[in-house]
Ligand binder design. Structure first.
Ligand code: NCD
Length: 326
């Protein structure tokens, strides 16, 4: 694996399968009464969040703490960033404090890449979502959930998602989750179809390694998983569809539509969900919706990423002593 995790496109199939297998080992640790591993003891990880987040921020923090890292949380609101401080000066402040890894979420696409390649800091950089560009750990946790549900928990080790059909629905234009998933799922051998109104598809989507459709009802019966995306109003500076009702009618997932999916197929959502818009409460609360399971998998997957980036060349669990056995 590389030293940083900036984009899902940087991961080879072997990298991705190693992360997913390591995440399964981390999940087994979570079943123990004491959930902590000493793997990152003495290492410092900073969570640098310039954009709002609930799941990603909490799950990175839980992952870091379960690996025994020292954790520093930084939110741009309430920091000197509000006084006009630049990313460079913020980074140099962190460097002076001697951090080993920076987990960064930023509204500007490319900010994590800049941080990793600028020479401002020496730390490993993990992209926790940059603008409309990438959100690699989200795609890894989605693949973790997909592999568990579609391939099987134990039979899944060492396996990819070859031939599984994943349909991603909604605001593709503004979605870093969609971009990361298209890259990673393609690397893992899955077949991806994007479904969106033409106004919410990016220019050049025809060159992405996936199919594109405007017809949700036609895609549903052919899907092993349907991933619903939130309409990202905060990134919209124009009207992309006539009304919310019209959007929900054509691209929202309700109970009747869900019934068109094969029996084994799952509904995914990265959160936050806007109930009544892209997904009805009936679907969100159904046993087929994996939104909460994805969050749990997020902690295991982020533990695996941090462990592997910060020097884990050996299997995480079997070689590391747990707090229990010390
Ligand atoms: C997504 C994000 O921030 O990109 N959420 C997440 O990380 N769980 C998607 C969204 O905000 O709609």
């Amino acid at each position: 694996m590389k030293r940083h995790l900036i984009s899902a496109a940087d991961l080879t199939r072997d990298d991705a399968v190693l992360i997913l297998d390591t995440a399964e080992e981390m999940a087994r640790v979570a079943d123990r009464p004491i959930k902590k591993l000493p793997a990152l003891r003495g290492r410092t990880v900073v969570n640098l969040f310039f954009e709002d987040s609930t799941r990603t921020r909490i799950s990175f923090e839980a992952a870091e703490k379960r690996l025994s890292a020292d954790v520093i949380n930084f939110a741009a609101k309430g920091s000197s960033v509000s006084k006009g401080e630049s990313l460079k000066d913020t980074a140099q402040t962190l460097e002076a404090m001697g951090v080993d890894a920076v987990v960064i979420r930023h509204g500007a696409s490319g900010a994590p890449y800049r941080l990793a390649t600028s020479g401002w800091i020496d730390a490993a950089v993990v992209n926790a979502g940059d603008g409309t560009h990438q959100h690699p750990t989200q795609s890894l946790l989605d693949a973790f959930t997909l592999r568990r549900r579609l391939v099987g928990r134990d039979a899944g080790l060492g396996r990819d998602l070859a031939g599984r059909r994943v349909t991603i629905v909604g605001d593709i234009l503004h979605s870093r989750v969609a971009r990361s998933n298209v890259d990673l799922l393609h690397t893992l051998g899955a077949e991806v179809t994007l479904v969106a109104p033409p106004t919410l598809l990016p220019v050049g989507v025809g060159n992405w390694p996936c199919e594109v459709s405007y017809d949700l009802d036609a895609a549903l019966p052919k899907s092993d998983a349907v991933m619903m995306l939130r309409v990202q109003r905060e990134r919209m500076n124009a009207a992309f569809f006539p009304t919310e009702r019209e959007y929900a009618r054509r691209y929202g997932l309700d109970g009747d539509r869900m019934a068109k999916m094969p029996e084994h197929a799952i509904v995914m959502h990265p959160g936050p969900m806007v109930r009544g818009m892209e997904i009805t409460a009936e679907v969100a609360d159904s046993a087929r919706c994996t939104a909460v399971e994805q969050v749990a998998g997020g902690v295991h997957t982020r533990m695996a990423v941090l462990y592997l980036l910060l020097g884990g060349n050996e299997p995480a669990v079997s070689h590391a002593r747990t707090e229990e056995t010390k």
